[in-house]
Design a protein around this ligand. Structure first.
Ligand code: NAD
Length: 256
């Protein structure tokens, strides 16, 4: 129940999917949670849901590409919550699904802005707060597609590979300051992001889900909580010796 009590956690993209589940589980385990997103209705609903069961949370409208908004939000979080100890860099988009030779520079850069520059900016401004607190944990959402390739979503895969190595670099930079940085590598998790990919499938969402289920040795896609519990572990002091590591949560996908 109190695996992360006493910690203030920022979850980017906390309104839906994996971010929402992570925010809820962190709060359940005692953290004070700042939900950051651009979907105000869904983000406010997550904070309200946490409060309705006795947890502590607030919502901030923050686009992870907006450096000034990030900086200002963190200052408010630290002031209101007594510090900033955990950052979950979760906000991300799937981007365009077409072969590399058809991707425009604008499409490539739009995705990199969110999935890579967003992680950079959110990390950059969290470090000072964590330093002040004397410790910190940064959890970056990469993907199995930061580990292996597939013939789809080229900008997305490249971005998740970048996030994997940004995590290791930062783990090394800040290890002596007790600021840990790790990446999580989910396979397919049934969230609005994946459901939207299903809507583009010629045979429809259910056929797409069945196809995905079959790709996972465990027989089905994952659910947001499968990742949220990994987030809680990496955010908590249970993982105090874990930094620069890759937590693969994939139903056996990459074991094949
Ligand atoms: N779902 C999966 O199968 C899967 C697998 C591997 C990795 N991931 C990664 O996990 C993370 C979450 O994925 P999800 O499936 O829950 O996605 P989702 O689309 O269901 O939710 C993403 C959230 O991020 C928010 N967001 C998007 N752009 C933003 C921005 N610029 N600033 C702030 N918030 C923004 C959205 O509003 C939304 O609330 C992503 O980084 C994704 O790449 C997901």
């Amino acid at each position: 129940m109190n695996r992360v009590s006493g910690k203030a956690a920022v979850v980017t993209g906390g309104a839906l999917g994996i971010g929402r589940a992570s925010a809820i589980r962190l709060a359940e385990e005692g953290a004070v949670v700042a939900v950051l997103d651009i979907d105000d209705n869904a983000g406010k609903a997550v904070a309200a849901e946490i409060k309705s069961v006795g947890g502590q949370a607030d919502y901030w409208h923050v686009d992870v590409t907006d450096e000034e908004a990030i900086r200002q939000c963190y200052d408010e979080v630290a002031e209101r919550f007594g510090g900033l100890h955990v950052l979950v860099n979760n906000a991300g988009i799937a981007g365009v699904n077409k072969p590399t030779d058809e991707v425009t520079r604008e499409e490539w850069e739009a995705l990199f802005n969110i999935n890579v520059t967003g992680v950079f900016l959110c990390t950059k401004h969290a470090i000072g707060h964590m330093r002040k607190a004397g410790s910190g944990s940064i959890v970056n959402l990469s993907s199995i597609y930061g580990l292996i390739g597939a013939a789809d979503l080229p900008p997305y895969h490249a971005s998740k590979g970048a996030v994997r190595l940004m995590s290791k670099n930062d783990a090394l930079f800040y290890a002596t300051e007790n600021i840990r940085v790790n990446s999580i590598h989910p396979a397919y998790i049934w969230t609005p992001l994946v459901e939207d990919l299903g809507k583009q499938h010629p045979d429809g969402v259910e056929a797409f889900r069945k196809l995905l289920d079959e790709k996972h040795p465990i027989g089905h896609v994952g659910e947001p909580d499968d990742i949220a519990w990994g987030v809680v572990y990496l955010a908590s002091d249970e993982s105090k010796f874990v930094t620069g590591s890759e937590l693969v949560i994939d139903g056996g996908y990459t074991a094949q």
